[in-house]
Design a protein around this ligand. Sequence first.
Ligand code: PMP
Length: 360
Amino acid sequence: ARRTLMHVGPSVGNLDVQISSVVPDVGFASPEFVGWMANALEGARYVMGVSRNYSSFVLPYSGTGAMESVTSLLRKGERVLVASNGVFGDRWEGILSRYPVRYKFLRSEPGKAVSVQEIDRELQNGYDVFITTHVETSTGVRMPIEEVSKVVRDRVSLIVVDGVASVGGEAVSAEDWKVDVFFTASQKAVGAQPGTSLMVCSGRAMERLGGESMAPFYLDLRNWKPIMDGMETGIGGYFATPPVGAVASLSRAMDLIRNEGMKERVRRHERVASIIREGVEEMGLRVLAEEGLRSNTVTAVLLDREGAGEIVKRSMELGIEFATGPHPALRDRYFRIGHMGWVQEKDAFAALSVLRRVVS
Ligand code: PMP
């Protein structure tokens, strides 16, 4: 029997989107594929709130690949400031440490966010690039990007935001916020099949492709840019083979997102998130993220003891799949509820009844 998937991505699928990924014998040079790509590229702009002033990319790798693709835009010796609120913010260290850049991390306690004041203060030391995470999936914390960007944007020449766990479930206006690079992955809140990531880049970011590259060949946006440009004008192209079925599914997801409208989609995520938070607190459990920083897409639930793994296991037996928690400071003391993509109120109610039974 199918479970209700309330993991942190993929999370609550849509059968129409899933079935759309089955596309027997459609080649990547076909007009069908070029059409799906063009639709997905325009959809990426829509969900991240940018105009045609931004270049759009649909890339054949998961969110981590998109993160590492950002190295296409970095220059040797640049100073990078990262504001990390948890495990996925910290993932930048694994990436940046392999490249000839200088970096510094500001880090928060689990459930909190690095403050605008701390960022403001550290920027006085002089940086070229600023990187942060919109929704930190390990804790469910949402960074106030608009506020942060106001302090950062005139003091660096590149702002990068990891929107992997936010885009499609949170309001994003990357262009108004003057964020240069915003990206997400298909399996998260846009609710398509895993296997692609979506990235939008400002003109200021694209100018950086003119410089010498230190990015890995496959992840270098220099190689993908002409392919994307072609797709948007109806011309197929090849740099490396795209996942045809995953792109078909993404294109279908974008149709459904436009039908729903981003405003309404964000409101639906808000409603579901608040039902889950209230229900969790009524059971005497604690929401890890501080009030005011709680995301629409991920709720991390803190126990006063160990045993989160057991809760996840028993919930799975009763038909709801939650996620364990990866934060090294909390380990088995917390688990996460993903509520993104196509999640509805009824899924939240089902999740809460299973949880009530399992924790009592
Ligand atoms: N960033 C964030 C905020 C994430 O939530 C994730 C995935 N959980 C990633 C990056 C990495 O994405 P992927 O697993 O698709 O490589």
